[in-house]
Every structure is written in structure tokens, then in C-alpha cells.
Design a protein around this ligand. Structure first.
Ligand code: SF4
Length: 298
């Protein structure tokens, strides 16, 4: 069994396990504030559920305490997770990111954002920061299908994503793409095609997410009205395995599944036990001798 895990990649790059510190830059999102939408993506509950708040250095210390039990002499990634973390003037982003990267134990900066929020000034800032420490940018693609993108109200088309990846690769930044498995109306073939597309997109890594339904989202209303079903654990593992086989071995798998906030999780309830889910995924990978790249075609 082989897949290119983030842990393996971090040990290769930094010689030790690296922990992510989930931070908030206090920004909103153009898909919420009216610039390209007001209700957000259909599944989005907004904030990263584990992200801290307040001044960034305080957030870092608080987030470190959350993982401190795991390791003393840790290395960390400052991960701006909540909302759209380049949706602010460069004058605001510069001190925020610089401050977050400053401590010696922070080995990289990771910024989750939208492909339509990478203005030339933001790219120039990311290029500059990338000279100090590695910078990763995470983009929520989720699917390549326009019909699904419209349904989930993603708010940008594929050409925007492609330009963003090209711009980020041109400045040497690491690009991580998010794909959601189990979006309403999508067949296994459609999800496989999104994985094939990501495999050839030029991105460096992928985060896979299970579609989960959270209370307070518009998706919850659709689910309660019975318009779609969520995946079973077995279905999710089959889809995930197929997608990973389609990715080149150099691509780093940052996540095998997402973390839904247990307090607001409506479905699928099996996803609330993350440890059990990860164990089941890894056992299935072992049993089938999953090999990342076995279905990848140049
Ligand atoms: S998923 Fe991201 S882009 Fe979509 S509404 Fe939420 S914060 Fe905005």
C-alpha cells in the first residue's frame, strides 16, 4: 500500500512531524459579503471549526497548546483556515502573515483562499513571503462540473481556477486543491474525472473531503427535504481509493477526509468518529494494496 501522505512529506522536508495551527485572519468571503454572493457555498458554515481568534501571535500560542500534548519540540504550519484569507488589502495581509511566520518554530505558511481572490498585489506579497519560508495556498475547487459548481454556488468557473494555479506556480508557491466527494448529483465517474483533472492541474497536493451536512447551512434544508443522500463509509472509501489511484505519486495527500464540527453535524453521522473513519480508510487501503498513481495517465 502506498499513498504520499502529508506526514511523509513533512518528515522529508523538515525531518520531523509538523503540526498545523488553525488560525483566523478575521476576514470574510466574497461569496458571503455580496461581491459574488450573499449566502456562501451551500455546504459552508463559515469559520474553520478549530480556528482560533484574536491577535495572531496569541492564536499561535493557544493553538500550540492544543497540540502540545502530542509533541514538545514541535514544528508548526501557520494555517489561515477560516473564510477567504486573501480577501483584504495587502496592507492588512502583510503584517498578519509576516507576524504569523516570524516564530522560528513556524516552518511554513498555509493560506486557504478562493482562486478569484489572488490580485497581483497579493501574488507579489506571497512571492516575497515564499522567499522567507515555504508558502502554501489552498484552493477550494471541489468539482470540475459546472452543474455542480452552480448548485453549490461556488461562484467562479474553471478558467479562474486555472489562471490562479498558473499564477501561483509562476511564483513558486505550493498549491493544494480541495475536492469534495459525495456532492449531490455527482456519480463516481464524475468524481473520478475531477480527480483526473486535479492530477493534471499542476497542483502539488490534494485535500479530500466527505460532503457532510452541517446545521444552519442551506445544504441542511435540501437534505432534510430529501433531495439527496449522503455517502456511507464504504462508499466514501471506494470513491477516495479510486481518486487517489488517479493522482501521480508526487502529489501529496493532505487529507483523507474532512472534519465536520460534531456539534452541528447532521449527516453522515458516522463521520463524527474521525479516528474510526481514518482507521477504516487505512485498513481498506492495506487490504486492497492501494497504490497512488496506479490509474494515473501522463
Ligand atoms: S466555502 Fe469558502 S468560498 Fe465558499 S462561502 Fe465558505 S468561506 Fe466562502
Amino acid at each position: 500500500m502506498y499513498y504520499h501522505s502529508l506526514n511523509e512529506e513533512m518528515r522529508r522536508q523538515f525531518g520531523k512531524k509538523v503540526y498545523k495551527l488553525s488560525l483566523s485572519g478575521g476576514m470574510t468571503c466574497p461569496n458571503r459579503d455580496g461581491k459574488c454572493g450573499t449566502r456562501g457555498c451551500i455546504f459552508c458554515s463559515g469559520a474553520g471549526e478549530f480556528a482560533e481568534s484574536g491577535p495572531v501571535r496569541e492564536q499561535i500560542e493557544k493553538a500550540k497548546r492544543r497540540v502540545a500534548a502530542k509533541e514538545k519540540d514541535g514544528a508548526y504550519i501557520a494555517y489561515f483556515q477560516s473564510f477567504t484569507n486573501t480577501y483584504a488589502p495587502v496592507e492588512r495581509l502583510r503584517p498578519l502573515f509576516t507576524d504569523a511566520m516570524e516564530p522560528s518554530e513556524i516552518v511554513a505558511l498555509s493560506v486557504a483562499t478562493r482562486p478569484d481572490c489572488l490580485e497581483p498585489g497579493v501574488l507579489a506579497l506571497l512571492a516575497e513571503l515564499n522567499q522567507r519560508k515555504p508558502v502554501w495556498v489552498e484552493l477550494g475547487l471541489q468539482t470540475i462540473y459546472p452543474v455542480t459548481a452552480h448548485y453549490i454556488r461556488r461562484g467562479y468557473d474553471l478558467a479562474v481556477f486555472e489562471k490562479a494555479v498558473a499564477d501561483l506556480k509562476a511564483i513558486g508557491v505550493t498549491v493544494v486543491v480541495h475536492q469534495i466527494l459525495g456532492l449531490p448529483g455527482e456519480t463516481p465517474q464524475m468524481m473520478a474525472e475531477t480527480a483526473d483533472y486535479i492530477a493534471h492541474s499542476g497542483a502539488d497536493g490534494v485535500k479530500f473531503h466527505l460532503l457532510h451536512v452541517l446545521r444552519g447551512t442551506d445544504l441542511a434544508e435540501e437534505y432534510e427535504a430529501g433531495t439527496f443522500d449522503v455517502l456511507s463509509l464504504a462508499q466514501y472509501i471506494d470513491l477516495l481509493s479510486d481518486c487517489i489511484r488517479r493522482l501521480p505519486r508526487r502529489m501529496v495527500i493532505h487529507r483523507l477526509t474532512g472534519d465536520g464540527d460534531k456539534r452541528t453535524l447532521i449527516a453522515p453521522l458516522w463521520s463524527g468518529d474521525k479516528k474510526r473513519v481514518l482507521n477504516a480508510i487505512r485498513s481498506a487501503f492495506m487490504e486492497s494494496d492501494l497504490q497512488q498513481g496506479s490509474l494515473y495517465r501522463e
